[in-house]
Ligand binder design. Sequence first.
Ligand code: V47
Length: 388
Amino acid sequence: MIHVFVYENSYIHSRLLERIMEGRWKDGEIADLVEKVLNGERLSKDDGLRLYRSDDLLQIGYMANWARSQRHGKNAYFISNRHINPSNICVNRCKICAFGRDPGADGAYLLRVGEILNILQSSVYRVPFEVHIVGGLHPEIGIDYYIELISGIKKISPDIYVKALTAVEIDHIAKVSGLDVKTTLRSLKRAGLDMLPGGGAEIFSERCRRIGWDKKISGERWMEIMRIAHSIGIKSNATMLYGHIETEEERIDHLIKLRDVQDETGGFCAFIPLAFTPDNTRIGEMINHKRCGGVDDLKTIAISRLMLDNFDHIKAYWIGLGVKTAQVSLSFGADDLDGTIIDEKVFHAAGAKSENGMGRGELINLIREAGFLPLERDGAYRIVGSAD
Ligand code: V47
């Protein structure tokens, strides 16, 4: 029995319904998968691979849009936020990264806590506001710096939502500070840490890690740190870096591992597929600075929505996708456009062409033009207000 939920005024949904009624979807190479999705059945690894290998982008998009609408109807979320990168000094120097610098190298920097607080004092002009803090693995900066930073931010305003430190950074800070991960996370939470961003997961494949980021913690360790965070009430996001040297099978394996962790903990808020941006990176040289195409971007958003049936939010990160693809992604399974993203540095170091920040009004217009209802949210996905 196929249950179809049709939203009023929804062209896409009425088209899907039409196709289903006419039985046309039954002829396609992925027709059995349409049936599985509409029946709410979980997709297998083989199903995920078939989706990647299918050329039927629109059918994949229909399914993902249908799954999206089951959770969110026509809602599309955004937030007012900015990035802060305390330091680009990094002991890992991954081949995918154009942001990191060796200690003492040209352009290497470490911001003092006071400097960061000054930046925030002058740039938080509306609340709620999210600050996204990530940086390099500095050989000497331990937990004291981050406790001072996070508690200083909460003194500026307790309504600033602090999404800070990837699992990779948590592992490093714990080591530098001579602490275990749980104690580190507990102390940061006490200081005001609200959640962890999803970075540093890359692709969990060991093969890729050996070639591209051999000093970074393994995928298993990344997941272990997320499990610990979730167990003490710290939520997080999750990411997948795609479009470099990974195979489709490695992508699907990555998604299934995340789905398994989410089944266990329920602690992931959003999944963000990150399109590899190749300039100024050593992996970029290996692939002739080729960036994956728009079809791959849209398929990856849609397949993420379909495989990650236990994730509420799929984010289209416009900094990496480009604004136009991010907008179209809203009809391919994404429900969140991240935010205003002032002062992003990691993707821009690698050649991202997007603007360094977007006005709130522009975000709202993009969402409306795509036929969705713009809803401003806070860091925990509580709705702050409808833009209408
Ligand atoms: O951890 C590094 C990736 C991540 C490149 O949680 C690259 O809400 C593309 O994690 N091309 C940082 N990607 C960004 C990140 C993120 C972004 C937006 C929202 C959230 C969230 C998290 O970017 C890194 C790494 O995985 N990265 N270099 C590159 N050349």
